[in-house]
Write a protein that binds this ligand. Sequence first.
Ligand SMILES: Cc1ncc(COP(=O)(O)O)c(C=O)c1O
Length: 507
Amino acid sequence: MNTRISEETLDPEDWKTIRALGHQMVDDMMTYLETVRERPVWQPIPEKVRENLKKPLPVKPQGAEKTYQDFLENVLPHPMGNIHPRFWGWVEGTGTPFGMLAEMLAAGMNPDLGAGHHVANYVEAQVLNWLKEMLGYPAEASGLLVSGGSMANLIGLTVARNTMAEFDVRQHGLQASSRKMILYGSVEMHSSFEKAVELLGLGNDSLRKIPVNADFQIDTEALEMAISEDRSKGYQPIAVIGAAGTVNTGAFDDFNALADICAREGLWFHVDGAFGAWAALSPKLQHLVSGMERADSLAFDLHKWMYMPFELGCALVRREEDQLRTFSLTPDYLTRAQRGLSGGPVWYSEYGFQCSRGFRALKAWMSIKEHGVLKYKRLIQQNVSQARYLTDLVDAAPELERMAPVPLNTVCFRFSVNGLDEVALNKLNSELLIQLQESGMAVLSNTVINGKYVLRAAITNHRSRREDFELLVREVIRLGNILVQSQKKKKKPVVRARSRKREELQL
Ligand SMILES: Cc1ncc(COP(=O)(O)O)c(C=O)c1O
């Protein structure tokens, strides 16, 4: 009697078919990327597609080919748009064709970079060393590749909290705290710090938002005053956060001044360099990050200004022992051996919160090797020159008003005509932004500068060309003029019925 059980697997029955499908996918995606400029940047998602994405849970197999068809029809044609040459919203990267392929290879090997002695850990170690070198950060620092800047900031602040606490936070938690711990950053610091202090149990009350000067840099005198005021109240100042490229305007704090204050006051110095840290690559921009190398921890992204596919960020910590003291935990089932797969010099699960970790290092390793650092230097400088070019176009257009200095790659401006008060200008520009996005011509995002609604272009795009910025400026002026005309005709607010809720626009 044959007692063999016929066991199942997720591998294909027919490798030939899946191989052919894989080749087709690569072909399709290469064409998709090659022709991206010919399509609108973004378009609203049709109702039918939204409905198609509310289907019941598949119980029976639909098969790879049909599933891929579904992807081609319902997913691929409706992207966010950040791979397009005229996307400058928020701070998004574009990705690259080779980065896409690297993701495929990483998923094919599918290692877990939390533990074990296998080559992927050496790739991550290599990437971390290259990153330290590229940013001028001390070679002996430790680090970890993470999902992005927010996670990197959380890692930095966790190490800061645990290292600076006057008690054992890991053992006793904040319940053991007799003094309130305080952190300092500027009003322009990224929102991830609020989330971080919330998660860390410190609470938003512990995060001092220090005013900025006219260049949106932290006011160091106000910072020192706040530190001394907190000390006089019996609180424990623990850390100062510096910004290398603020999200609103791309401003840089004075890192040497901040590092001096931290040294004098015995505070942890963390730098958020999500995109701005990369100014370190360009000889013309390096002065902006002078002193960044003095940080106790440094957070930055590779999925923004290094143009690598999402998700990819990095946290570096100056003294490895601080990072290990914060995160290392080796239960019985993760005990390290001298030899075998259970050996190896570094297990990255000891450097952060994640136990299992993906092979995000591979796309960094392959991208840096593909292009070499000089190419990245040129591209970063190119984006900064494009921001300067856009600034000049804005400054030369009587209908446009620049709203902040442009130290790096971020240009804040608005459509502005005489006779409109601030409320009307806010409404006009918020409608203009949405119409620009809906036109598919370009994507900008918005922010508020000195209480005014502004259009914001953050240029971290290796596909943009100068003519794209010329088109942007022409289009903004055209849409702005139409909105003003329609406002005059109706003598009503310029906001159309189909646009955002009125109260959202009352900025
Ligand atoms: C200055 C700054 N810090 C932190 C972040 C958060 O990074 P991520 O979106 O990769 O989590 C951003 C995102 O735009 C940022 O601009």
